[in-house]
Structures are given as C-alpha cells and as structure tokens.
Design a protein around this ligand. Structure first.
Ligand SMILES: [Mg+2]
Length: 361
C-alpha cells in the first residue's frame, strides 16, 4: 500500500530584496532590484532578486541588469517610482538565512536546505495535513515576528508537488495540494512550469505540438525514452506528479554557533542587554563543547532596533580563544557603540540581540 507522505517546500519571498527592505525600512514596498550595478544602463550581469513591486515592471531574477534599467527608466517616464538598484550584501543574507533555518530546524526535525532561501521538510510524522498546516503557520508567524521576513510554504505528497504548491502560494502564503488534487494542478501547466523540465526539453515537445502537461501525457514512457534517453522515465513520472525523492537531512557541521534573543519589550537600557549577552555567552560555550569544537576566533554581534533596522559588527582575534570571559568582553566591546550617541543618536530601542562565534576549531 502506498501511504501518502506530507512534504513541505519552504521558500523565502524575494529574499535578498526582503532583507534589504527589512534592514532599511525607508525601502519598504519600493521597487528594488538586488544584482549587479546597472552603471546607468551600461552595466553587465543580471538581477539576483527583484522585490514584488519591481516585478510589476517586469523586472525579475536572471534578467540582464541593462534590461532592468530600461524597464525602470520606462516606469520613471510614466511617472512611477524608479527602481532602486542594490549591489548584494551576501554576508547579511547568509546571516538571515542561518537565522531562518535555525527556526525551521526548531520546528521540523527533517530539513533539507536547498540554497540560501529554500528548503524541504518532511512532515509525514505529523500524521495529517491539518497538523502540517498548523506547524507551517507557526513557522510563518515566528519568522515574521522574530526576523521580519515573509516566507511561503507549499504542502504536497512529494517534493515536486510541494514546490509547485509554494509557487501557487507566493507571496507570503500557505498553499496545500492534497494527492487527489494533483492532476487538477498539473494538467493545465505549460511544460516550462513543471520543475525538472528544462527549456530545451520543453521546446522539443512544443515543436511537436505538445504545450501542456495534459498534452505531454499522451506520450508513453517508451516515447519519452526515445526522445530523451534515460531522462525519459523520470519525465514520464514528473508529468504524472510522481516524485520519490526523499527529504535528505544534510548533516553539515556548524560553521558557526549563535544565539539570539528577542526582548519581550524593546529595551533602551544597556544593562538589560548585558544580562542577556552573559546568558548567551554561557549557552554558546556549552554548544561549542557539545559540537566538539574547542575554540573560536571571530565574534559577531547583531543588534536589531525596534524598526527592524539590523546591524552586525564582527571582530576576529589574532589567535583562537576558548574562554567564556574573553567572549563576553569582546561581545561587550561590540555592543557598547550601539548605545553611544554616534551609533544611535536617537536612542532607538533594541528589539533583538544576537551573538555568534565563527572560525571554529
Ligand atoms: Mg525564494
């Protein structure tokens, strides 16, 4: 008997652009293209991520940056907001990604991360789709409240369907496709829309008059094998929504150990932050031992203010260190400027404090 699995596909919405918007609230809702420098229309390279506002101009990832520039200029000529071009800050996105996946792993035991902003979870153990939906909703709430980021979860009987479900649910949504609705979802899709079918493959089928999944299902697996060789059989399955791939937990050793704390109420008193930092130092040192590391060299402190502006400061020691006292002193050294006039002239309250160690040995 075939027992349905419950698989979730988690995808952060317009991830790089969303991190920029979160960290610079004056960008909120603006058309943003994170990618290479457009150099006034002469730039080379492509868009990495476009915010949803930029997508309404036709700007999307993988688009040549020159084309994005032209679309932005056209919008400006129409009297609309010009697109804001931002060169990627990968360190920032890496930190945000690690924070999101830490929450995902707290909620789900079986997690496969695919790139910085995407992953699969196996929720079969939860026993029902409604239980899975509840957990997915919890994840969405926590990531929104603790990190200020939106993500979409798609739920289905396998990875293929879960991924298609998350595309349906975007942005900032939760979308479920139960087994009995798989055909309904797949049949009208154009072949390019089916993950795992590349442009070239789709084009070869289109020239034969086969445009949709419904059309391509007319081919037997032998036909497909004749056309596409060994890939043919998996295509036959994909077209029918069959996907046996498992969610693989990649047992990667942590390259960093970190803790963060969201204050129940935003704080302006540095002493309250110091108390939390001291606890974080103890907890990080325990994790360091548990993960069989003995020392660290880099200390990173992250401060998020009440408006979600987020700033990280790091320092790297000349030699690896292993003592809690040293970590606490360095953390305080990084913290103090945030409570000084120069760094925080308007005495903005702190919402979250994070401490992380890297370069572990
Ligand atoms: Mg994404």
């Amino acid at each position: 008997m075939n027992i349905d699995r419950i698989i979730g596909h988690i995808d952060l919405d317009a991830f790089f652009a969303s991190v920029e918007e979160r960290d610079k609230p004056y960008l909120k809702g603006m058309p943003i293209a994170v990618g290479s420098d457009p150099l006034g229309g002469k730039g080379r390279g492509v868009v990495s991520t476009a915010s949803y506002a930029a997508r309404t101009y036709g700007i999307r990832s993988a688009l040549p940056i020159q084309t994005a520039w032209k679309l932005s200029q056209a919008a400006k000529a129409r009297g609309e907001q010009e697109c804001i071009f931002i060169v990627p800050h990968h360190d920032k996105y890496g930190t945000a990604s690690a924070e999101v996946f830490a929450i995902i792993r707290e909620i789900f035991p079986i997690v496969e991360q695919v790139g910085v902003d995407e992953g699969y979870v196996d929720m079969t153990e939860l026993g029902s789709i409604s239980a899975a939906e509840k957990k997915a909703a919890l994840l969405r709430t926590r990531v929104r409240e603790e990190l200020g980021l939106a993500l979409t979860v798609g739920i289905g009987p396998n990875k293929l369907i879960a991924k298609l479900a998350s595309e349906k649910g975007k942005p900032d949504g939760l979308f479920v496709v139960p087994s009995e609705e798989v055909d309904e979802l797949l049949m009208p899709l154009s072949l390019q829309e089916l993950p795992g079918i590349g442009k070239v493959t789709a084009a070869r089928l289109t020239t034969r008059g086969l445009k949709t999944v419904r059309d391509a299902r007319k081919l037997s697996w032998q036909d497909l094998r004749k056309l596409f060789g060994s890939h043919g059989f998996s295509m036959y399955e994909r077209l029918r929504g069959i996907d046996e791939r498992v969610v693989e937990v990649v047992g990667e050793a942590p390259k960093s150990i970190g803790k963060h704390h969201t204050f129940f109420e935003d704080v302006t008193d540095i002493r309250e932050v110091e108390v939390v930092l001291a606890t974080q130092v103890q907890s990080i040192m325990r994790s360091l031992k548990r993960e069989s590391f003995s020392a660290f060299r880099t200390v990173v402190l992250t401060v998020r203010f009440d408006d979600f502006t987020t700033v990280s400061r790091a320092l790297t020691l000349s030699t690896p260190r292993a003592d809690a006292k040293e970590l606490e002193l360095k953390a305080l050294k990084l913290l103090l400027p945030f409570f000084e006039k120069k760094e925080n002239p308007h005495k903005r309250p702190v919402r979250l404090i994070g401490l992380r160690i890297e370069k572990l040995s």
